[in-house]
Write a protein that binds this ligand. Structure first.
Ligand code: HEM
Ligand SMILES: [Cu+2]
Length: 835
């Protein structure tokens, strides 16, 4: 154990500064996670819940006139949008950022500043979205914002722009946090915690984070196209000029369906942590469970079109999506059987977290059954857009997501605050919610089958629907006090709750070995994991293989001047690198403000504002990644490596940066694929491509441009080889040549685009042509800026044969840029000839 004095030093080192400035610059995972969590609750209390209450009051009796149709549209749009974008996501990402380092046995996440950025963009985006209320411009096109309803023609005012832009900012936050989570789970775990010893919550968050990346990126592209239509007069979704409404539906549901599982998988992760603890039984079928998580992650992308059964898709397509929708019940079933088997063979302890888990199982299973029903095309044609679907979706979301959230809060509250939530209030909380939910939503199945359509603000008397609706509304009046009890329990127990101690539940995972609440630096001595249930199976946490023991004790005393964290091998979890984690910084907030400025400028049509915002973002991101003077010399680094056999990179990480770059490239690739998909979708919709009156795209100049850009790749490649052998001149020459060639290629390409006559407002062809071209140029510009920074630092002598990881990362981004360039401009300039 380190000396108490050392512990104080560690705590000081890992704590963020106090005061307002400390609040604005703080990056510590505990703080960021807690904020995300609280902000999710804040948003649902602010609007999401009031809306549902008012809607239910309106529907309580037939021919009610509490709210009119317009307000009702606004209410359900707001309710759906807030719950789907601003509540569940930050709550679970908050859970993850808060808990993963404790659970995985590390002191921080890999990119604390990215985490802070995620939080700020999320908060600011949500506030931007909500500010629509202040201007009485509340979006009313549903949480899916179908075109043409959400297009300029039917929504001429700014309401939909608030929706697109506000949620767009929040989506950027969701993706940033997802990247942070992926790298954490893959690379930052305690020595010995191999992938198959990882807690299931970490698995669930890993799969979820990948899904966020793959689902939100197409949505951001779709939103971009929608906003271009609305603000700049492009024609993506306008059928008269070559656009297509169905393109929006596809882009939206590629996101929208996985979104349901993005919310559900973390919930299963929470449940999977709680069930073993409260049944005193190891989970049955751990590996099956993991396989099910991964399978759901993949399958959920294969079935978005079941939301579009009624739009007239070809029969073969219908059968495929219908089958895929039913197949997903199999992995979900695997998860449920794993829990049931665990509970069956164990000895349940009926504390509140477990009550919520059982409530989850009951409600979710009912929702799952009705889900398989609507996945059958003939049934869906009947039930589509009826209250049956509203019943189904709330059973799934409340049972599948909200109950596990409560379970998780009751479970981890003592760890985070040091105090238990009150058990008696917990029971009231549970029973009111459980009974209320069923009373509120079960009758909707019936009234839906009787024909009541969804999204109606009222209905006629005499249809027999009144009694069911009245019962529904009464159910909500049971839920409301249930939530009240919960809030009271949290407030009261936070101050006066029973002291928890480190492990009040007798749990098995690492976080429960820490004090409650944990110290700022969480782990004094990193644990060495030898089991899936370390607290049940291991007498001592810091014992293991001799070299590992020496290593974890070594870095428990050292360094005390900079925040050192350990990277492990993805599969074998052996230490690979000690690196310096970034500390507090104001720049994530500034970057977030820059993002908001871009989006806000679009809202008020202040075009130079967007340019200013972009500059702010670029400057802030450059600042936050500014190389820090290494706190130790290269000789000391070598000495450490000789002593412990693990390289130390005090100037910044090599491995984490590489994984981060790979994910950034993945993000660009998904965005690019979404745009290509849009291109070819529109291409198939239009027999004339380009439309009559527009010339074929030029070939000569783009070819020259492409040649120049490809040649720049050779420069990058040379630079990378030269630095490794310490040839400074050759290395600089390579970098500068790459930059110059790329800029020249860009100039030629821009010239070609400017001379082409495909007006981007006239027809969807011109719209997608220039948008895709703009995207490629943007990626190239990003790569060029990174390269320019590297040149700048290279001139100042930052890189040495030992320390030059950023160059390799820029080089790999550069390669990705080349591929995007060839694929993008190749498509634009060649595809029209392929008819
Ligand atoms: C007491 C709790 C709740 C009540 C009373 C409630 C009530 C409603 C009502 C009345 C609608 C509009 C249906 C329509 O007119 O078409 C609706 C839609 C919706 N609700 Fe809830 N809701 C509750 C909780 C939740 C939760 C917790 C979530 C998500 C986690 C959620 C997600 C949604 C979504 C996404 C829609 C939009 C459906 C659509 O437009 O297609 N709701 N809810
Ligand atoms: Cu779906």
């Amino acid at each position: 154990m380190p000396e108490p004095g050392t512990l104080d030093e560690l705590n000081r080192l890992w704590a963020d500064p106090r005061g307002l400035w400390g609040q604005l610059t703080g990056v510590q995972n505990g703080k960021v996670g807690a904020r995300l969590l609280l902000t999710g609750f804040f948003f649902v209390l602010l609007g999401g819940s009031v809306d549902s209450l008012v809607m239910r009051l309106q529907l309580a009796v037939p021919e009610n006139s509490l709210v009119g149709p317009q307000l009702y549209n606004e209410l359900f749009t707001n309710h759906g949008s807030v719950t789907m974008f601003l509540v569940i996501l930050p709550i679970f990402e908050g859970f993850a950022i808060l808990l993963l380092p404790l659970m995985l046995g590390t002191r921080e996440m890999p990119f604390p500043r990215l985490g802070a950025f995620a939080y700020w963009t999320f908060l600011l985006g949500g506030l931007l979205y909500y500010s629509s209320t202040l201007f009485q411009l509340v979006p009313d096109a549903g949480w899916f914002a179908y075109t043409p309803l959400s297009g300029k023609e039917f929504s001429p005012d700014l309401a939909i722009d608030f929706w697109v832009l506000g949620l767009g900012v929040a989506e950027i936050g969701a993706i940033a946090a997802a990247i942070e989570i992926i790298v954490s789970v893959l690379k930052m775990r305690a020595p010995g915690m191999t992938l198959t010893r990882m807690p299931l919550f970490a698995w669930a968050m890993l799969v979820t984070a990948f899904m966020i990346l793959f689902a939100f990126t197409p949505l951001i592209i779709g939103s971009l196209l929608l906003e271009l239509d609305r603000g700049f007069g492009t024609q993506f979704f306008v059928p008269d000029s070559g656009g297509s409404s169905l393109l929006w539906q596809h882009l939206f549901w590629i996101f929208g369906h996985p979104e349901v599982y993005i919310q559900f998988l973390p919930a299963t992760g929470v449940v999977a942590m709680i069930v073993p603890v409260f049944t005193r039984r190891r989970p049955v079928g751990y590996l099956w469970f993991v396989a099910a998580l991964v399978a759901i992650g993949f399958l959920s992308f294969a079935l978005w079109a079941h939301h579009m059964f009624t739009v007239g898709l070809p029969p073969l397509v219908l059968s495929f999506f219908s089958a895929a929708s039913m197949v997903i019940a199999i992995p979900a079933g695997v998860q449920i059987f794993s829990w049931l088997a665990t509970i069956w063979s164990g000895r349940p302890v009926w504390r509140t977290p477990f009550l919520f888990v059982v409530g989850f199982l009951v409600i979710f299973v009912i929702g799952g059954i009705t889900g398989v029903m609507v996945a059958a095309v003939p049934f869906d044609l009947q039930a589509h857009d009826s209250y049956f679907v509203v019943a189904h979706l709330h059973y799934v979301l409340i049972g599948g997501v909200v109950f596990p959230i409560f379970a998780g809060i009751y479970y981890w509250f003592p760890k985070l605050t040091g105090r238990l939530l009150d058990e008696r209030l917990g029971r009231w909380n549970f029973w009111l919610l459980f009974i209320g939910t069923n009373v509120a939503f079960f009758p909707m199945h019936q009234v839906g089958l009787m024909g009541m359509p969804r999204r109606v603000h009222t209905y006629e008397a005499g249809l027999g629907w009144g009694i069911y609706n009245l019962i529904s509304t009464l159910g909500v009046l049971i839920i409301v006090p249930g939530i009240g009890v919960f809030i009271w329990n949290v407030v009261r127990s936070y101050r006066r709750g029973q002291e928890a101690g480190p492990n009040p539940w007798g749990a098995d995972t690492l976080e429960w070995s820490l004090s409650s609440p944990p110290a700022e630096h969480a782990w004094s001595v990193l644990p060495i994991v030898r089991s899936r249930h370390p607290l049940w199976d291991q007498e001592e946490l810091d014992r293991g293989e001799e070299s590992l023991e020496r290593f974890v004790h070594g870095i428990s005393q050292w360094p005390l001047r900079w925040r050192a964290a350990v990277i492990v091998g993805t599969a074998d979890a052996r230490p690979q690198e000690v690196f310096r984690v970034a500390g507090p910084s104001i720049w994530p907030l500034v970057a977030g403000l820059g993002v908001v400025l871009i989006f806000l400028s679009e809202l008020v049509k202040l075009r130079w504002g967007a340019a200013a915002g972009a500059l702010v973002v670029v400057a802030a991101v450059i600042r936050w990644n500014w190389p820090q003077p290494p706190p130790m010399t290269e000789e000391d680094e070598d000495a450490f490596e000789r002593e412990y056999g693990v390289p130390v990179n005090a100037h910044g990480s090599v491995i984490v940066a590489r994984v981060g770059t790979a994910l950034a490239i993945l993000f660009v690739a998904i965005a690019f694929a979404s745009l290509l998909l849009s291109y070819f979708y529109l291409r198939l919709e239009n027999p004339q491509w380009p439309p009559t009156g527009v010339g074929d795209p030029p070939l000569g100049q783009p070819l020259i441009a492409a040649a120049l850009v490809v040649a720049s790749g050779a420069g990058m490649w040379t630079a990378q080889r030269r630095i490794a052998v310490g040839d400074r001149r050759g290395f600089l020459a390579g970098l500068v040549a790459a930059l110059a060639l790329a800029v020249a290629g860009g100039a030629v390409q821009v010239l070609a685009l400017a001379q082409y006559d495909a007006v981007w407002r006239a027809h969807a062809y011109g719209s997608i042509f220039y948008t895709l071209a703009g995207f490629v140029l943007l990626v190239a510009a990003g790569a060029a800026i990174m390269l320019a920074m590297v040149v700048h630092w290279a001139l100042r002598g930052v890189y040495t044969p030992r320390r030059h990881a950023p160059i390799a990362n820029v080089a790999s981004f550069w390669t990705a840029m080349l591929v995007v360039w060839i694929g993008g401009f190749g498509t634009l300039h060649l595809a029209p000839y392929l008819t």
